[in-house]
Design a protein around this ligand. Structure first.
Ligand code: SAM
Length: 198
C-alpha cells in the first residue's frame, strides 16, 4: 500500500488521466519500438482497467480499432470494443474471430496476469499457459509485419517460452520499462514478423 501511495507513476497516471500506471510501460516501449500507428487493428488481452487501450487509441489518433478482453469489467472507451470474458474460453476466441472476420491484426498485446495463489510454481505455470495461448493467437492472426508484446516473469518457464517466441518470430526482444518495478521479475517480450505468415 505504501509503495502504491508513494509510487511516482501512480501519481502521474492520476495527473494524466490514465486508468493505471501500466500506461507508462506501453508508452515507454512504444517510444523505442514504434509499435502503434494510425489505422492499425490492435488486440489487447488482459486489458482492464484499460490504460493500454487509452495509449493505443491516442497513438493511433483515433484511427483504427482496439479489441479488448478481460475477466473484469472495463468502463467503455471510444475506439475500443471490449469483452468481459476469459481468454482461455472458446467464447473469447469466437468473439475475436467474429470481430476480425477475415481481417488480420497488426499488434497483439498481452498484459495478462492470473490471480496469484502464492504457490510460485503453480502461479508461473498458469501465467505461461496464458502466454502460450496469447502466442498461439498472435501467430494465427498477425499480419506478416505484425508484432506481439507479452508480459512474462523471469524464472521457471521463462527460457522455454522465449524459445517458443524465437521459433515463432523473426526477431525477439526483451524489454524492461522503467515503470516496471525493479524488484519485480516482470519483463516484456516483443516478437516481430511472425515466421511463416503470408
Ligand atoms: N494492461 C492493463 C492496463 O493497462 O490497464 C492492465 C492489465 S492487469 C496487469 C492484468 C489483467 O489480466 C487483469 O485485469 C486480469 O483480470 C486479466 N486476466 C488475467 N487472466 C485473464 C484471462 N484468462 N482472460 C482475460 N483476462 C485475464
Amino acid at each position: 500500500m505504501h509503495e502504491h501511495v508513494t509510487d511516482p507513476y501512480v501519481k502521474k497516471a492520476q495527473q494524466d488521466s490514465y486508468r493505471s500506471r501500466a500506461a507508462y510501460k506501453l508508452l515507454e516501449i512504444d517510444k523505442r519500438e514504434r509499435l502503434l500507428r494510425p489505422g492499425m487493428t490492435v488486440v489487447d488481452l488482459g486489458a482492464a482497467p484499460g490504460s493500454w487501450c487509452q495509449v493505443a487509441v491516442q497513438k493511433m489518433k483515433q484511427q483504427g480499432r482496439v479489441l479488448a478482453i478481460d475477466l473484469l469489467p472495463m468502463a467503455p472507451m471510444p475506439g475500443v470494443d471490449s469483452l468481459e470474458g476469459d481468454f482461455t474460453e472458446p467464447a473469447a476466441l469466437a468473439w475475436l474471430e467474429g470481430k476480425l472476420q477475415t481481417g488480420r491484426v497488426d499488434l497483439v498485446l498481452s498484459d495478462m496476469a492470473p490471480n496469484i495463489s502464492g504457490v510460485m510454481l503453480r502461479d508461473q505455470a498458469r501465467h505461461y499457459e496464458l502466454c502460450e495461448l496469447a502466442l498461439d493467437f498472435a501467430v494465427n492472426w498477425l499480419k506478416p509485419d505484425g508484432a506481439f508484446l507479452v508480459k512474462v516473469f523471469q524464472g521457471v518457464g521463462f527460457e522455454d517460452f522465449r524459445a517458443q517466441m524465437r521459433q515463432s518470430f523473426e526477431k525477439v526482444l526483451i524489454r524492461k520499462p522503467d515503470a516496471s518495478r525493479d524488484r519485480s521479475t516482470e519483463v516484456y517480450l516483443l516478437g516481430r514478423n511472425p515466421i511463416g505468415s503470408a
